[in-house]
Design a protein around this ligand. Structure first.
Ligand SMILES: O=C(CO)[C@@H](O)[C@H](O)COP(=O)(O)O
Length: 222
């Protein structure tokens, strides 16, 4: 089953609550929240006060993607603000296993994120400890970038390992996802897709989301 997680980074912040409700009503299964610190990535977005504002407005899981250095320092804040998933970059964690344990200690599902160049071998010893792997299909920091196709073989390789080891890990894809780029990723074994500009730049967000979802579902059926 394919799930779409709209990224609010591409939403109109002047009416964020309405923007969240609109994609929820359109069939989104998670709300993706991009947190950027201006150090790990060359852009700044927002902190946990935005989660505080959104949390009472939706029952959808909040999928928090921390693009920050020293994530351990902020995990408690995001957990208490209502995160359901917290994903941290392998490239930003000096003690990845400890960070994963910290996330879980707050009752939040931990996930790890790999930049396009980062090999899946970097996470093979934490696979038993996580609920999600997020593959970046753009270099993190900005919405609206072009999908990087060379990540697809990594998705296939991880999906094979998950199957072989009988693990319960969701594969999520983030960056440049639309009704075309979802196809190779869904065929490769990913099930959760972040989409920012492909939904929020459209007049009819519901039609845009449903088109991406239908393309992903058709890809795994055919
Ligand atoms: O994490 C990021 C960017 O760093 C993403 O979540 C983007 O915000 C997705 O935006 P689109 O590529 O779908 O426009």
């Amino acid at each position: 089953m394919i799930q779409i997680a709209p990224s609010i980074l591409a939403a109109n912040f002047a009416k964020l609550g309405e923007e969240v409700k609109e994609v929820e009503n359109a069939g989104a299964q998670l709300i993706h929240i991009d947190v950027m610190d201006g150090h790990f990535v060359p852009n700044i977005s927002f902190g946990s006060i935005v989660l505080d504002a959104i949390r009472p407005l939706t029952d959808l899981p909040l999928d928090v993607h921390l693009m920050i250095e020293n994530p351990d320092q902020y995990i408690e804040q995001f957990a208490k603000a209502g995160a359901d998933y917290i994903t941290v970059h392998v490239e930003a964690c000096r003690h990845l296993h400890r960070t994963i344990q910290l996330i879980r200690s707050y009752g939040v599902k931990p996930g790890v994120v790999l930049n396009p160049h980062t090999p899946i071998e970097s996470i093979q010893h934490v696979l038993e400890d996580i609920d999600m792997v997020l593959f970046m299909t753009v270099n993190p920091g900005f919405g609206g970038q072009k999908f990087i196709h060379s990540v697809v073989p990594k998705i296939e390789a991880l999906a094979a390992i998950i199957k072989e080891r009988n693990l319960d890990i969701a594969i999520e894809i983030d960056g440049g996802i639309n009704a075309e780029t979802i196809i190779p990723c869904a065929k490769a074994g990913a099930t959760i897709f972040v989409a920012g500009s492909a939904i929020y730049s459209k007049e009819d967000r519901s039609a845009a989301l449903q088109e991406i979802l239908a393309a992903g579902e058709a890809a795994i059926q055919g």
